[in-house]
Design a protein around this ligand. Structure first.
Ligand code: VGL
Length: 198
């Protein structure tokens, strides 16, 4: 089974100045770029998810949801951060297109050919995900929980995630929940070593 680097929602709207700017979300982009370099050197599969909403969805406050409008399909806010050095052969998966679901997990995302994320992982023989991006307490958390449920191992890139903390303590609780679900944690200077250990 193969290792994959999963970069969650590193989009303009989720970084400061964006419609739903996650505090410190911009700081992780250069760190993620360093992970990308190491992942490419290790010939890992690289997958980037994006939140990709229609203009009207129950995910947004105006239609009964929690959030201000963000990552609307085709807008600048929905684009990946310009400083994210995503390789040309990275897989891009999209989520949040259904106006009736929040889609906090990448397991609700689909590949460009419409294949569910889980099928993409199976097709690419991915058995372990190294996950960084935004936001710790939503998409990262729910993705790790869903991965654990189907036996995909997860390692959270602790220096390359940031959270929203809508309620104080959300980020800490999210980390604790992910660890309880079986996730391990790593940081950049231990990443290469970590690729070869369970
Ligand atoms: C997310 C908040 C609102 C996420 C999406 O992908 O983490 N968080 N919408």
């Amino acid at each position: 089974m193969k290792n994959a680097l999963l970069l969650v929602d590193v989009q303009n709207d989720f970084t400061p100045g964006g419609a739903l700017g996650v505090p410190g979300g911009d700081e992780i982009v250069p760190i993620i770029d360093d992970y990308i370099d190491l992942a490419q050197a290790a010939r890992m599969i690289i997958i980037a998810s994006r939140d990709w909403h229609p203009p009207e969805t129950k995910h947004f406050r105006q239609w009964g949801g929690t959030w201000p409008p963000h990552c609307v399909q085709g807008t600048r806010g929905a684009e990946f951060r310009p400083d994210l050095r995503l390789p040309k052969d990275a897989w891009v998966v999209s989520k949040g297109m259904d106006p009736n679901e929040d889609a906090y997990s990448v397991f609700q995302a689909t590949a460009p050919d419409g294949a569910p994320f889980k099928d993409l992982l199976q097709r690419l023989w991915v058995g372990r995900l190294f996950i960084g991006g935004l936001a710790t307490d939503y998409c990262v958390l729910n993705s790790v929980i869903d991965a654990a449920a189907i036996g995909v191992q997860t390692t959270v890139l602790a220096d390359a995630v940031r959270g929203i903390n809508l309620a104080p303590g959300d980020i800490e609780r999210a980390i604790a929940q992910m660890v309880a679900a079986g996730a391990s944690l790593t940081v950049l200077n231990r990443f290469s070593h970590c690729l070869h250990t369970p």
